[in-house]
Design a protein around this ligand. Structure first.
Ligand SMILES: [Cu+2]
Length: 194
């Protein structure tokens, strides 16, 4: 049910790997348009999509980029923000091409974003599925930004991590932070494809 072509195996985050994170330099994707100014990105995120009466953020079009913050300043800890809303439900047309862009605004804490069929509740180390078999539609994991290192607060240029382009068939999906404990605390939201 999911178009998930030629993805690399998802980096499964275990507790022991998490322990190593402090010593890792998490590289950003080395293409030019991944570096944008913070102000430009804030504008992009806060105006992305259309707010619906129910509080969901609706997107339209054939190719949809969803700019997402991890812990936008002034918002609660351990949350995502899209359109200035905390963990909003995201509405997208089925079969549009989709891509999440994640920037981590949280000082001192890595975050990531995984698109998955796996529904909450999530455990401390969340099981978000695997993508090691492209033909395994039960695997659950659709796309991932990988981990985004903490904001350093010293620069106005930020690094944006992206998923690849992907498509969803009609249904309900979730965007979830894979860092242990975060989804358990509520760092996730719903995606509805129609
Ligand atoms: Cu997180």
């Amino acid at each position: 049910m999911i178009s998930n072509s030629k993805s690399k195996p998802f980096f499964t985050l275990s507790a022991s790997v998490f322990a190593l994170l402090g010593s890792l330099t998490i590289s950003t994707i080395a293409i030019a348009d991944d570096q944008v100014t913070l102000e430009a990105y804030k504008t992009a995120s806060n105006t992305a999509g259309t707010l619906t009466k129910s509080g969901a953020v609706s997107f339209s079009g054939k190719k949809i980029t969803i700019p997402t913050f991890a812990v936008e300043p002034g918002k609660p800890d351990t949350t995502f923000e899209v359109h200035g809303k905390v963990n909003p439900t995201i509405l997208v047309p089925a079969s549009s091409q989709l891509k999440f862009e994640l920037t981590n605004m949280d000082g001192g804490m890595p975050h990531g974003l995984v698109v998955t069929t796996k529904a909450p509740p999530y455990e401390q180390v969340p099981h978000l599925g695997r993508s090691d078999r492209d033909d395994n539609h039960e695997a659950g994991l659709i796309a991932s930004t990988g981990l985004s290192g903490p904001a350093d607060g010293k620069t106005t240029v930020i690094h944006v991590r992206q998923t690849k382009w992907f498509k969803l068939l009609p249904g309900t999906y979730y965007y979830v932070c894979p860092v242990p404990g975060h989804a358990h605390k509520g760092m996730y939201g719903k995606i509805i494809a129609k």
